[in-house]
Design a protein around this ligand. Sequence first.
Ligand SMILES: Cc1cc2nc3c(=O)[nH]c(=O)nc-3n(C[C@H](O)[C@H](O)[C@H](O)COP(=O)(O)O)c2cc1C
Length: 162
Amino acid sequence: MNNSLLVYFSYNGNTKMIADYILNKINCDVLELKPKIKYSDDYQSVVDEYQNNETAKSTTKLEDYKIDIDKYEKVIIGSPVWWYTITPVIRTFLKDNDLSGKTIITFATNAGWLGRTFKEIKELCPNSTIKNEMNIVFTTNHKEHKLKTEYKEIDEWIEKIK
Ligand SMILES: Cc1cc2nc3c(=O)[nH]c(=O)nc-3n(C[C@H](O)[C@H](O)[C@H](O)COP(=O)(O)O)c2cc1C
């Protein structure tokens, strides 16, 4: 059995791109989280909806998943940054699951404004060992899916978390 799990959410593909990259290099199980009600395909309307601070801090219902989180010692968590913090999907996952005693490794994809993303993860998982936070920056044009962070930096991080 694998003792590492990669959990991520991706609305527009960037976080999925990094998750797939990690999965090519690390042997771990994977859980892609999805909201029960799919977000609009209209990118700008999602940006506008979550600009409201209270909405940005909200939780959401998730599609059911069958993975038993308790089995894993190490959990790698990947989230896009939405309005300077984690997305409602990742927030819901962290509130629904007790990750006490586990090692949590986090990465966030964003366009350069990380905000309090890693801080919120720490607040939601006070009894976990959180380490190797990785900020992965893409260009601001969301249609490009183009990294600003160098692959060399990502590779070095992956070596550390193996
Ligand atoms: C609703 C929304 C809010 C966002 N807020 C931020 C932000 O606060 N800071 C930032 O750097 N990028 C922000 N972005 C850009 C995304 O974090 C970035 O494109 C990320 O890589 C998207 O990941 P994904 O393609 O896996 O969904 C936002 C994007 C969306 C859709």
